[in-house]
Design a protein around this ligand. Structure first.
Ligand SMILES: C[S@@+](CC[C@H](N)C(=O)[O-])C[C@H]1O[C@@H](n2cnc3c(N)ncnc32)[C@H](O)[C@@H]1O
Length: 384
């Protein structure tokens, strides 16, 4: 496919997304009907689609309309490219721009320019203060690809060398002890021997930093209460070298955990009903995902004020369920991939008000300006 044909394809996929189809489904639908498209074409169309999703409002303003075609026009204009060199109508390129289209479009402003929903702006500003604009703008960019080196089995520099033998270039990232930022060859990671043999995992650097900050030690009784796919459980197991228990209200979310555990050579036991007292219980709760909107930008436009309220309720409920599982002097750790104060410090403040004798040991907000996604971690110590 030519670069112009990829733009036409992305515009069509974006139209399906605007009609309510999820991005992954819309991309799959397109690629099933596009047998002529090679892997580089699919990757390029996907990149265009996700670039627009991150900048859904501003591309529409700059492109002068709500269609996929207008948004692609806006994207090209924002990126300083001349759309007329691509909108030629030749081959599978988009049709040439009409006089109306050439005259349409205006600079984005306010929430549009930040690519945030208007209802969220006051919460965003209150949550982030001086970092509000910079954080919103960072979430309009593509996320770096980070790996977590399985330090239980290999040194970071040896993992780098192993990746390099498969053509993958990386550099250590200061945010976490095992973090590598992939600088070349990211698409080859899942086929590399370093990955298939369990020496590296895909995990955001701030997500790794959250685990680095937990009071973990070999032999502690540790429960990942909201384990999901197990990214943090695996990182905890690599740190302790001993068993981690994994639980999730929806056990189906943990279906890949046994194979990931085996690949990493880790010890993780899934538990349907956690029993007894633990030294550490991690609650990596469901959240808005506002810290990771550069990776999952649809979440930005799907979130509503009511949806956020429901999440806050769930987060508080989970803290209430998990606290009794923490033994005397043990730690209840609370994590989100959000930068919104109501989900972070405000949730912890509300929880502590209901937990006499508990103390706040650690509270840290990670922002995209630290390099990784936006994450929050708080550690609460049970009365001893
Ligand atoms: C943010 S995800 C966890 C991600 C995971 N820790 C990781 O690092 O890959 C949140 C998880 O919490 C689970 N969950 C939701 N409500 C829950 C509850 N009341 N108790 C336990 N888990 C719950 C969801 O099913 C989901 O898998």
């Amino acid at each position: 496919m030519t670069p112009a044909a990829r733009i036409q394809a992305a515009a069509e996929v974006l139209d399906r997304i605007a009609q309510g189809t999820a991005a992954e489904k819309a991309l799959l639908g397109w690629s099933r009907g596009a047998r002529y498209a090679g892997s580089k074409d699919r990757a390029a169309v996907r990149d265009h689609v996700f670039d627009v999703l991150r900048r859904w409002r501003s591309t529409a303003a700059v492109g002068g309309g709500q269609t996929g075609r207008a948004r692609m026009l806006g994207l090209l204009r924002q990126d300083g490219m001349d759309p007329q060199t691509l909108f030629t109508g030749v081959g599978h390129a988009p049709e040439p721009l009409s006089a109306d289209e050439l005259g349409a479009g205006r600079p984005a402003s306010g929430g549009e320019a930040l690519d945030l929903p208007d209802w969220l702006l006051p919460i965003w500003t209150q949550s982030l203060g001086d970092a509000a604009v910079g954080t919103a703008l960072a979430l309009r960019q593509r996320a770096p690809v980070f790996l977590r080196v399985n330090l239980a089995r290999i040194a970071r520099s040896d993992a780098q060398a192993l990746l390099a033998s498969d053509g993958i270039e990386s550099q250590p990232h200061p945010l976490a002890s095992g973090a590598l930022e992939v600088t070349r060859g990211a698409r080859a990671v899942s086929r590399s021997s370093a990955y298939t043999d369990g020496f590296v995992e895909l995990q955001d650097a701030a997500s790794q930093a959250v685990v680095d900050a937990l009071p973990l030690a070999p032999g502690l009784r540790v429960l990942d209460y909201c384990a999901g796919g197990g990214g943090k459980a695996l990182a905890m197991a690599a740190r302790t070298g001993t068993e981690i228990q994994a639980h999730d209200a929806d056990p189906a979310r943990m279906k890949d955990l046994p194979s990931r555990t085996a690949r990493a050579g880790a010890q993780i036991r899934t538990v349907a009903a956690p029993e007894g007292r633990y030294d550490l219980v991690l609650c990596d709760v469901p959240c808005s995902g506002a810290g990771s909107w550069r990776r999952a930008p649809e979440g930005k436009w799907r979130l509503s004020a009511n949806g956020l309220d429901a999440l806050l309720q769930t987060q508080s409920d989970i803290l209430r369920q998990a606290a009794p599982l923490v033994g005397a002097g043990g730690t209840l750790a609370y994590a989100t991939c959000s930068v919104l104060m109501p989900e972070n410090t405000a949730r912890i403040k509300a929880a502590l008000a209901e937990m006499p004798g508990w103390t706040l040991e650690l509270s840290r907000q990670f922002l995209p300006s630290d390099g990784g996604d936006g994450f929050f971690l708080a550690c609460l110590r049970a009365p001893g």
